[in-house]
Write a protein that binds this ligand. Structure first.
Ligand SMILES: O=C(O)CCC(=O)C(=O)O
Length: 277
């Protein structure tokens, strides 16, 4: 899987993310309508993603509608890719809606391929309503498999302050633009302090020929070995996050590992991305 446009590919590989014009206004209006037409208990949470819902029919419906609009657009940007999961991502007006610094979980064996996330803004998004913040170049720093715990267990807590101070930048975007990230990129978002919900779509792109894997650790035991399950493309539409998968083949068990992070390799990664301090 790679970017059809060589300039996008170069910037993406160097920075770990890029911003692209992605949806036209008609698509944005349809996806906003999709959000308005549905209700679910997860919407009461300050930050929520469709995939957290216990209502499997709701998840599937949202995924299918997003797929119709987003999959062909992903295809125009990426060669040999496959659209996997589409979710609506809502950050409600609340001081509690922080998404802490994290890398995304691994969805495939990343030893010789990568997955990308498309985060698509359904209105202008900036620092007051919870835009993404990223650490350019950080996609190179830890490429070990990441489990369902990736959202809760950023491994470099001792370096957190330095990472945020020297590396984190806001990525404000216009309605319809997408932030495409390596899933290994360090990123986060601050609360939405405006009176209106912040709406976005999140969609996973995987190499066309890669089988999906789910790397599982029991909730809260984030240094436990990772159990590796081979799953199909629909798995995350029916799976409850943080439950141990059942009824799917287990294909391995690997020790929990992360790459050591030092001031040196952190500064080097920023410099390679053109964001040196
Ligand atoms: O939507 C957000 O504010 C954060 C999303 C995010 O970090 C993620 O999907 O991994």
């Amino acid at each position: 899987m790679y970017f059809r446009d060589p300039q996008q590919r170069e910037r993406f590989e160097r920075q770990g993310y890029i911003v692209v014009d992605f949806l036209d206004e008609e698509d944005v209006v349809s996806l906003r309508q999709l959000w308005h037409d549905h209700d679910d208990p997860i919407l009461a949470m300050p930050f929520n993603v469709t995939i957290m819902s216990g209502n499997l029919a709701y998840r599937e419906r949202i995924h299918n509608e997003i797929s119709k609009i987003v999959a062909p657009r992903q295809e125009r940007i990426l060669h040999r890719s496959r659209f996997c999961y589409g979710s609506l991502v809502t950050k409600q007006s609340s001081h509690a809606g922080i998404v802490p610094l994290h890398q995304d979980p691994s969805f495939i064996d990343e030893r010789d391929a990568d997955t990308y996330n498309f985060w698509v803004a359904l209105q202008d998004v900036n620092e007051t309503n919870g835009c993404l913040h990223v650490v350019p170049g950080s996609h190179r720093l830890n490429r070990y498999p990441r489990s369902n715990g990736a959202f809760f267990s950023f491994p470099y807590r001792d370096m957190h302050e330095i990472i945020v101070r020297d590396g984190l930048i806001a990525v404000p975007v216009r309605r319809g633009q997408a932030v495409i990230t390596y899933q290994t990129l360090f990123h986060m978002s601050y609360p939405n302090v405006t009176p209106h919900p912040r709406l976005a779509v999140s969609a996973l792109a995987v190499p066309a020929s890669s089988a999906l894997h789910h790397y599982f650790q029991p909730f809260g035991v984030w240094d436990a070995p990772l159990e590796v399950f081979q799953v199909d493309d629909d798995f995350f539409l029916r799976h409850t996050m943080n439950d141990r998968p059942t009824g799917v083949p287990k294909c391995g068990r690997i020790p929990y590992r992360v790459n050591p992070l030092t001031l040196e390799n952190f500064s080097e990664a920023l410099e390679l991305a053109g964001h040196g301090v």
